[in-house]
Design a protein around this ligand. Structure first.
Ligand code: A2H
Length: 253
């Protein structure tokens, strides 16, 4: 990190059904456009295993016109960056149609491109940074220790987090297998490091490092079009295919 630009994949997750609060804040203002939550990920090959999507409950999000037909929900900062990358036109001009706080988005149902579970819900994650990516994080608890532990915390304290348990009901889905950790590496590493809460940030950083290296260098896909291929080979192919199908775009920062 910090050495040149980070090449994300911007996953377009179309809204299927707004939460009541988001509907109130957004629906009448988008001029009939389809709205997509845009999640920035470094692991496009894991999109088969999305089980939900995270927003920062206290962060501010906007809905930005991408063109006549589509609008993207993300932070203002990300939308502005997108205008300089030709993702949103014209260059440097941000057209904000609506704004909403992350907390209001919780419970919104969205499409999860490529995923074994084609529709998933928006949930809160306290550690989402306003200064990175789009402020929207797609959740893959099979391979991301942060996503896994946050999902477990939400399940344990659904009432405290004000979520309907059914929004957090999808279990981790095997995406890739590694010799050391099997096909659900994040849960295995979280257990090995005795992580108990998403607030164990130091151990989670270590878990993230282990999961990333193990998956990238020793992982084999167990699902999808590139099943049986190495993660290293599959990663750029999955990314290109998502972009060619209009389900994602390249986003750098
Ligand atoms: B990754 P880097 Cl399966 N705040 O996607 C906090 N985290 C954010 C974020 C934000 N504003 N925006 C993106 N991210 C997450 C998948 C994934 C990711 C897997 C495994 C590891 C992993 C599914 N979540 O990231 O600091 C996103 O989660 C570990 C590197 O720019 C994004 O990729 O390196 C990653 O952090 C980008 O982090």
């Amino acid at each position: 990190e910090g050495f040149g630009p980070q090449e994300y994949t911007g996953m377009k997750m179309e809204v299927v059904e707004w939460s009541p609060a988001a509907k109130e804040a957004i629906e009448a203002k988008v001029g009939g456009r389809k709205v997509y939550l845009v999640a920035a990920t470094l692991r496009p090959e894991t999109m088969y295993g999305q089980t939900n999507c995270f927003v920062g409950p206290t962060l501010k999000y906007g809905v930005f016109a991408a063109n006549e037909k589509e609008a993207y929900l993300c932070t203002y900062r990300a939308a502005r960056n997108m205008t300089f990358q030709g993702i949103i036109t014209p260059r440097g001009e941000v057209n904000k149609l609506a704004e909403v706080e992350g907390a209001s988005l919780i419970g919104t149902k969205i499409k999860a491109p490529l995923a074994v579970n084609p529709e998933v819900y928006v949930l809160p994650m306290e550690s989402v940074l306003a200064t990175k990516g789009t402020g929207v994080v797609t959740s893959v608890p099979s391979d991301s220790p942060d996503d896994y532990q946050t999902l477990m915390d939400l399940r344990k304290k659904a009432e405290y987090y004000k979520i309907d348990p059914k929004w957090a009901a999808i279990d981790p889905v095997p995406v890739l297998s590694t010799p050391t950790y099997g096909d659900l590496s994040a849960p295995a590493i979280v257990k090995q490091l005795k992580i108990l809460s998403a607030k164990d940030t130091k151990q989670l950083a270590e878990a993230k490092e282990i999961a990333y290296k193990e998956g990238f260098y020793n992982g084999t896909m167990v699902v999808g079009e590139y099943k049986g291929q190495s993660v290293q080979d599959a990663k750029p192919k999955v990314r290109e295919s998502l972009i060619n199908q209009g389900l994602a775009f390249a986003y750098a920062e």
